[in-house]
Ligand binder design. Sequence first.
Ligand code: ADP
Ligand code: MG
Length: 240
Amino acid sequence: MITLQAVNKHFGSHHVLKDITITVKAGEKVVIIGPSGSGKSTMIRCMNLLERPSSGTVTVNGVDLTAPKAPVSKVRESVAMVFQQFNLYPHKTVLENLTLAPTLIKGVPKAEAVESGLAFLERVGLKDKANVYPAQLSGGQQQRVAIARALNMRPQIMLFDEPTSALDPEMIKEVLDVMVDLANEGITMVVVTHEMGFARRVADRVIFMDDGRILEQGSPEHFFQNPEHERTKLFLSRIL
Ligand code: ADP
Ligand code: MG
């Protein structure tokens, strides 16, 4: 569903992604871990071309997004992203946050976007908050709204970049529970997170990044029981 082929990314003279090749299959749940600065965000942002690779190709559903005149914005509609800082529109209500992109970008009729928006809010346990503003919600609630907003675009792929890192500990579980629900429904997911409990429950594959490269990948069990590289062991000893 997503393929990065020999992707390199430079920021000036800083070589941030080094020859990354990775394929995510339809329905697969991939968890990406690794030290701060190792390139996790840059890699996941290449998956919907929020970052453009310096070289290499990014293919989503068979469409090469790095080709000249590629329909990037069209493809992006099927690849939703949830960020560490929820990025809700502060001057829009919760429900307006959910209906804005589907109506403006996809041309979904307003009534339809409202109906599906309310259904997704119900799924994340926030239907009663439809008409409040983001600032009236806790961090965990805001992140669940951000997830519902992403879902209301009916994406085929969900990208999450450290979705619980900005949350107080007691709110992490409510967000992870929503993500586990989604995973169980079969949506394709790529998740940057250090929540290894989440990885153990849902990941088909864990990828360890170090210094712009994929150093090691395998099942969650592989990482818990038998990581290969010293750097992986050191990293895991710090987060577990
Ligand atoms: P991670 O998500 O693993 O912490 P990032 O992908 O955010 O890592 O960053 C990898 C490296 O790229 C870091 O050294 C970071 O400072 C650098 N970097 C990221 N984004 C930019 C940017 N827009 N401009 C310059 N350097 C950047
Ligand atoms: Mg990051």
